[in-house]
Design a binder for this molecule. Structure first.
Ligand code: NAD
Ligand code: TYD
Length: 351
């Protein structure tokens, strides 16, 4: 069946995997990737699909309500898969306002545009909000987040995502908009901007730079391969009932310090270094303010109802990820030098 889908944030890390999956697997769907190309947006993430006939890109800002309205007027979308966001906790601590603007106001602008143009005819229209497990706050040594865990965000990032989740639900409850939300744990994989723990550590180890570990490295994250997240989004988008929420996670908890040691071992092997050499780069630094101790997702609803299970063991996925960064030196050096910004001007302007 033909569908015209707006995917926001498709030039970012997870968004590019979602765009690639939808463009490649659903040739009948028309995919419009909307992204304003902040520092995190990189169209070189999509070189393998950018020429396919069912893919288009538009550079636009979701904080611009009029632009969102005009776009919905012109395009007559059947669905929105909304990933555009400010996504880095440390940046949210430095500057919360950008997170309110994009994550809260931007999401409300999209909801308003969908509501205005779908005009109550919500049958077969769908607004999918891609969210995070960080809305649930922090766990102690035990327990897991389920879909009914009360929201308790701590960082400006998670507060902004919690707020946007609430608005999405409010548009369902108040106006009857068909919405679905998924809350996912930490992702890893290719095309990840090297400010987040795993790609930053790979880049620093490769360049013999210190690997900063916050506090004592005892915080726990539940890591999921990004392509498993994209597959979960595909399944939820197509099969979830209206108004549903699904948690997505890898059942794969790692203390940061243990993860970094595993990464150092892989890097020693891949770079033919003496075992233990990369670990000498580990540098314990001042802890993040308000650092959530532990995240762990119970994704049994998704596994039982929609038959989704993660496909990769973490050790295998991490090894694949390291290989990708080592094989894609140009991608990494373009990102670290800032050259990736030129890709839009050279490849897209005038298209
Ligand atoms: P990212 O930072 O890599 O990408 C975000 C994208 O959004 C970028 O391409 C950026 O240019 C775009 N963008 C930002 N502000 C915009 C605006 N005002 N208008 C239009 N585009 C804008 O983020 P990511 O890690 O790929 O995360 C994608 C989504 O998934 C986010 O909503 C995030 O909250 C959520 N999420 C991320 C993780 C994770 O581990 N990274 C886990 C769970 C959920
Ligand atoms: P991050 O990748 O920023 O994701 P999030 O904060 O959304 O979980 O961080 C993952 C974990 O790694 C988190 O506990 C903070 C920690 N961390 C470091 O120890 N050093 C770093 O340089 C970074 C970026 C994160």
């Amino acid at each position: 069946m033909k569908k015209k889908i707006l995917i926001t944030g498709g030039a970012g890390f997870i968004g590019s995997h979602v765009v690639r999956r939808f463009v490649s697997n659903y040739p009948d769907y028309e995919i419009l990737n909307l992204d304003v190309l902040t520092y995190a947006g990189n169209l070189a993430n999509l070189t393998d699909v950018e020429d396919l006939p069912n893919y288009r890109f538009v550079k636009a800002d979701i904080t611009d309500a009029l632009a969102m309205n005009d776009l919905f007027e012109q395009e007559n979308f059947d669905a929105v898969i909304h990933l555009a966001a400010e996504s880095h906790v440390d940046r949210s601590i430095a500057d919360p306002t950008a997170f309110v603007m994009t994550n809260v106001i931007g999401t409300v602008n999209l909801l308003n545009a969908a509501r205005a143009h779908w005009k109550g005819d919500y049958d077969k229209k769908r607004f999918y909000h891609v969210s995070t497990d960080e809305v649930y706050g922090a766990l102690g040594e035990t327990g897991m987040f389920t879909e009914t865990t009360a929201y308790d965000p701590h960082s400006p990032y998670s507060a902004s995502k919690a707020s946007s989740d609430h608005f999405v639900r409010a548009y369902h409850d108040t106006y009857g908009l068909d919405v679905v939300i998924s809350n996912c744990s930490n992702n890893y994989g290719s095309h990840h901007f090297p400010e987040k723990l795993i790609p930053l550590a790979i880049n620093n180890i490769k360049n013999n730079l210190p690997v900063p570990v916050y506090g004592k490295g005892e915080n726990v994250r539940d890591w999921l391969w990004v392509e498993d997240h994209a597959r979960a989004i595909d399944v939820i988008f197509h099969e979830a009932a209206t108004g549903e929420t699904y948690n997505i996670g890898g059942h794969n908890e790692w203390k940061n310090i243990d993860l970094i040691h595993l990464l150092c071992d892989i890097m020693d092997r891949k770079l033919n270094r003496t075992p233990g050499d990369s670990a000498k780069l580990i540098s314990f630094v001042t802890d993040r303010a308000g650092h959530d101790l532990r995240y762990a997702i119970d994704s049994s609803k998704l596994q039982n109802k929609l038959n989704w299970v993660p496909s990769l063991q973490f050790e295998e996925g991490l090894e694949k990820t390291v290989e990708w960064y080592l094989e894609n030196e140009e991608w990494l050096s373009n990102v670290t030098s800032g050259n990736y910004k030129a890709y839009y001007e050279t490849q897209y302007q005038g298209r």
